[in-house]
Design a protein around this ligand. Sequence first.
Ligand SMILES: [Zn+2]
Length: 119
Amino acid sequence: MEHSLNVCVCLDTDMSSVRIEVRGCVTARNYKALLPLLTRAKGLPADAQISLDLREAAHLEQDVLDALGYTALGEMTGQLEIAGIGSMSIVLPPNPGVCMQGELPGSSQPIRPAQPAAA
Ligand SMILES: [Zn+2]
């Protein structure tokens, strides 16, 4: 099974804010699917609040944050400065590096949380 990405766009009826909620795995390979959504969100009125909410993401690769121009503002919050799109806020998951998919059937390199070394 591949790392899968699921996105829900939550838009206030008065268009004052949009929250892009991401579930599943956000990898260096699939995060680009988010960029068209973020571009469209920037088409809202200039004072609209845009946030990328990754709290429900099962897995987030550090390379993605680097590519999105992440700056930490707190333990789980930060600001993105995305080339060609602009700035928006981001909320991170509590365990961004651990893939909850566990061992992936058919994968030659299963991703697992680090195991303590045997004594
Ligand atoms: Zn994953």
